[in-house]
Design a protein around this ligand. Structure first.
Ligand code: GDP
Ligand code: ZN
Length: 301
C-alpha cells in the first residue's frame, strides 16, 4: 500500500501526495478513525489505497513526530520565526515566547530577521543594525540558526531555501513582519496577499484560512498559514518553561535542588551562569517574567 503525506484537508476529503510527481490523490477518511477519536491532519504521513475511479482512502495514520493545534499540522519539524528589524521592531520578549512554545512542541526553530533593506540611514539605522547584530550573535550562540533577509531584494533567500529543504516548515511571527512576502518569494506563483494597506496603518491583516502544505520548489513543505500570528501549543506546566530555554539545560543538571526554579535557590547553576554572563541577561529576564506571568494568569502562553 502506498505511503503519502496529507497536503490538504477540505470538505471531508484528504489530499494525499504520493511518492511520485503525480497530483495528490483525493481520499476519504475511514470511519474507523472517527470511532477511535482520531482525526487525520494535514502533514500526516499515511498509508492509502487507491480505487479505480481515481479516488482513494486513507487507511492508516503513521505515528506523528509533532502535532500543532493552530495551525492544525502534524509532523511539522521546523518553525521559521520571522521578526522584522523595523515595522514592527524586533522584540526579544516575543521571540523568547515563541521559542518556549516551539521547544515545548518539539520543533526546531530558525530565526529570520526580515526587511533588512528597510533599515533607515543615520543613527536610528545604526541602532537597529546593532540590535539585530546582537540578537544574531546571542541566538546563534544558543544554537539557533539566524538568517537575515530581504524578501524585496532577495537577500538571504538562498540560505533560507536550503534551511527549509527536507522539512515540514511552519512560519510564525507577528502580522506585518513579512511572512507572506517570504512565502511568495519561496513559492513563486502562490501569490499570497501581502498587507500593503494595513501596513500603512502600522498594523497587519488578520486572515484565517484552511491549512495547506505547499511544496517548496527547492525542497520541503511549507504550511500555508501566514495569517497566523501566533502558534498555540498544548498547555505548559510551570516546570516546563525552564527546559524550553535551551541553554539552561546543561546547567540545570548541576543545580543542587531537584525542581530548582532557578530564581532564588542556593547553589543554582543557572543563576550562577547568568551572573557569569554565560546565560544572557535578556534570556534570563524573560524566563523570570514568563514564570511570573504564568503564576499571575495560570494560563498558557
Ligand atoms: P505578514 O503580515 O507577516 O504576512 O507580512 P507581509 O508579507 O504582508 O508584509 C507586510 C508589509 O511589509 C508589506 O507592506 C510588505 O510589502 C512589507 N515587506 C515585507 N517584506 C519586506 C522586505 O523584505 N522589505 C521591505 N522593505 N518591505 C517588506
Ligand atoms: Zn537552578
Amino acid at each position: 500500500m502506498p505511503e503519502g503525506i496529507i497536503v490538504k484537508a477540505l470538505s471531508g476529503y484528504y489530499y494525499v501526495q504520493g511518492p511520485g510527481d503525480a497530483a495528490p490523490v483525493q481520499c476519504r477518511g475511514r470511519g474507523i478513525f472517527k470511532k477511535r477519536g482520531e482525526t487525520p491532519l494535514v502533514g500526516d504521513r499515511v498509508r492509502y489505497s487507491e480505487t479505480e475511479n481515481g479516488e482513494g482512502a486513507v487507511e492508516q495514520i503513521l505515528s506523528r513526530s509533532s502535532e500543532l493545534v493552530r495551525p492544525p499540522v502534524a509532523n511539522a519539524d521546523l518553525a521559521v520565526l520571522v521578526f522584522s528589524v523595523v515595522r514592527p521592531e524586533l522584540s526579544l520578549v516575543l521571540l523568547d515566547k515563541f521559542l518556549v512554545h516551539i521547544e515545548h512542541a518539539g520543533l526546531d526553530a530558525i530565526i529570520v530577521l526580515s526587511k533588512l533593506d528597510r533599515i533607515p540611514d543615520g543613527e536610528e539605522g545604526e541602532r537597529i543594525r546593532r540590535d539585530a547584530g546582537a540578537a544574531e550573535a546571542l541566538y546563534s550562540s544558543i544554537g539557533y540558526k539566524v538568517l537575515k533577509t530581504s524578501a524585496h531584494r532577495g537577500e538571504g533567500m538562498d540560505e533560507l531555501r536550503s534551511a527549509l529543504e527536507g522539512h515540514i516548515n511552519v512560519l510564525a511571527g507577528q502580522s506585518g513582519v513579512g511572512k507572506s512576502s517570504l512565502v511568495n518569494a519561496l513559492v513563486p506563483g502562490l501569490k499570497l496577499e501581502t498587507s500593503e494597506i494595513s501596513d500603512k496603518l502600522g498594523r497587519g491583516k488578520h486572515t484565517t484560512r484552511h491549512v495547506e502544505l505547499v511544496p517548496i520548489p527547492s525542497g520541503g513543505y511549507l504550511a500555508d498559514t501566514p495569517g497566523f500570528s501566533q502558534l498555540d501549543f498544548a498547555e505548559l506546566g510551570i516546570d516546563e518553561i525552564g527546559p524550553c530555554f535551551r541553554e539552561f539545560r546543561e546547567y540545570a543538571q548541576s543545580c543542587k535542588f531537584r525542581g530548582c526554579t532557578h530564581t532564588h535557590e542556593p547553589h543554582c547553576a543557572v543563576l550562577q551562569a547568568k551572573e557569569q554572563g554565560a546565560i544572557a541577561a535578556s534570556r534570563y529576564g524573560n524566563y523570570v517574567a514568563f514564570m511570573a506571568e504564568w503564576k499571575e494568569n495560570k494560563r498558557r502562553y
